[in-house]
Write a protein that binds this ligand. Structure first.
Ligand code: ATP
Ligand code: MG
Length: 454
């Protein structure tokens, strides 16, 4: 393996041919978050290690096994963010955002880093879209947050996702539950896997979502949190479900959903897809009412979710959901000779200033090679400039699909002529193949393109 020509294990490049699809999805995420009143937060890619230890929790897989932690040159322990919530909470405290009026609603689109066993849907550098709400304790907040995730998937045209919901109670009722769980699992100690044996004392709820078949079988008969919820937690959970019912958002209650991070309280949820294989969770989230205080801030309710973008893209692909292609070059201006080349450069510059996607030769290639390139990039029009065209100050704009030609001025009327040809064709032929020539067309997420299937 060459260190110079292979990216580190668990990372991947996003190439120009694929990045446009990501941009379209990211635009949908941003628009949806904005329509729910969320503002973007950008926090550093690295933070003090203590932040994650405290907020994600010492007993979690993330802190115990998965963090990218190193000493910087000033001997500080630094960690690449394994998730987005900790940084958002740190920023909330650092800038006292809770003083600006509650709730604070933020979202992020970031890379995350976890030293994991890589497999399909499990990377070491991956990306999350996350949303966090601070200062909203009511059940309607849980429902609103879940509705945001739900609407994102719906907007993208994704089908067959199941929303699995649970309540893991508050620290008070969960303490009783933990005792019951420990007692139960202690009776099956010999059959638990090594990891679950470790969890038994520190975080017995995690045994409930162990993937080991033997552990899962034992967990199946374990006591259920719902039988231990205090009145407040039970009412809260019932109310969340009512709000979801009223919005027509389907869910199933799954007592095995416990989430991996320590800071969750009450509502926890996952969106699960059968199109993902073993890594079936595309979105996980829940309420974390104790976290802000735990981090040294005032008692402030909190809740959030994160969607794994690589897994989201995998679902879109598996379900054959069509994405608009990157808009192709509209006009390729080919040239023969130095004077024509200069003119081509000037015309292309003029078109670009008018937001018309256009190109000219920058490789000093032959006319034939230029035309081949124009074909390769799918230019809708070509304009060939030579001595004659310069002398006459006119050239033929050729519509590549139909072969039709239109005379356009090379002088000050060039843009006007081009626009008039373009709008004439737009009414007739340009859009027949369904290509999108204008960013506004596909960035308008109301468009039906997201629900079309192969
Ligand atoms: P898992 O059970 O798959 O390990 P998790 O509980 O560790 O997930 P969270 O911390 O809740 O995951 O992260 C939220 C989402 O981020 C996940 O549902 C998933 O879509 C995505 N995600 C988490 N870890 C990875 C990873 N290593 N590679 C790709 N996506 C990931
Ligand atoms: Mg994980």
């Amino acid at each position: 393996m060459s260190l110079l020509t292979q990216a580190p294990k668990g990372t991947q490049d996003l190439l120009p041919k694929d990045s446009f699809r990501w941009q379209v999805v990211e635009e949908v995420l941003r628009n949806e978050a904005a329509s729910y009143g969320f503002g973007e937060i950008r926090t550093p890619v690295f933070e003090h290690t203590e932040l994650f230890q405290r907020s994600v929790g010492e007993t979690t897989d993330v802190v115990q096994k998965e963090m990218y932690t190193f000493l910087d040159k000033g001997n500080r322990s630094i960690t690449l963010r394994p998730e987005g919530t900790a940084g958002a909470v740190r920023a909330l405290l650092e800038h006292a955002l809770y003083n600006d009026g509650l709730p604070v609603k933020t979202y992020y689109l970031t890379s995350c880093y976890r030293y994991e066993n890589t497999q399909k849907g499990r990377l070491r550098e991956f990306h999350q879209f996350g949303a966090e709400v601070f200062g909203a304790a009511a059940p309607s907040a849980d429902a609103e947050l879940i509705a945001l995730a739900h609407d994102i998937f719906e907007r993208l045209g994704i089908e067959n996702l199941s929303l699995e919901l649970n309540s893991i109670g508050c620290p008070e009722c969960r303490a009783t539950y933990h005792t019951a769980l420990k007692e139960y699992f202690a009776g099956h100690k010999e059959q638990l896997c090594g990891t679950c044996l470790n969890r038994l004392d520190r975080n017995p709820m995690r045994i409930l979502d162990c993937k080991n078949p033997k552990c899962a079988e034992i967990a199946d008969h374990a006591p259920r949190m719902k039988d231990y919820l205090c009145d407040d937690c039970r009412q809260h959970f019932d109310s969340v479900k009512k709000y979801l019912d009223s919005a027509g958002i389907a869910y199933s209650v799954n007592p095995m959903i416990v989430r991996g991070l320590d800071y969750y309280t009450r509502t926890v949820f996952e969106f699960v897809s059968s199109d993902l294989g073993a890594q079936s969770t595309v979105c996980g989230g829940g309420r974390y009412d104790g976290l802000v205080k735990e981090m040294g801030g005032p008692q402030t309710a909190g809740l959030g979710f994160a969607i794994g973008l690589e897994r989201l893209m995998m679902i879109l692909e598996a379900q054959g959901i069509q994405m608009p292609p990157q808009p192709a070059c509209e006009v390729y201006v080919a040239s023969l000779g130095e004077a024509a080349q200069e003119k081509a450069f000037q015309l292309v510059h003029e078109m670009r200033q008018a937001s018309i996607i256009s190109e000219c030769d920058i490789c000093a290639r032959s006319l034939k090679a230029q035309m081949k390139y124009a074909d390769k990039i799918g230019a809708q029009f070509t304009l060939v400039l030579g001595d004659d065209e310069l002398a006459n100050q006119t050239a033929q704009l050729k519509h590549m699909k139909t072969g039709e030609k239109f005379a356009v001025s090379l002088g000050k009327d060039f843009l006007r002529d081009y626009v008039s040809v373009h709008s004439h064709l737009e009414e007739t032929t340009l859009n027949v193949d369904g290509t999108f020539t204008n960013l506004d067309v596909f960035m308008n997420t109301d468009s039906e393109i997201f629900t079309e299937k192969n």
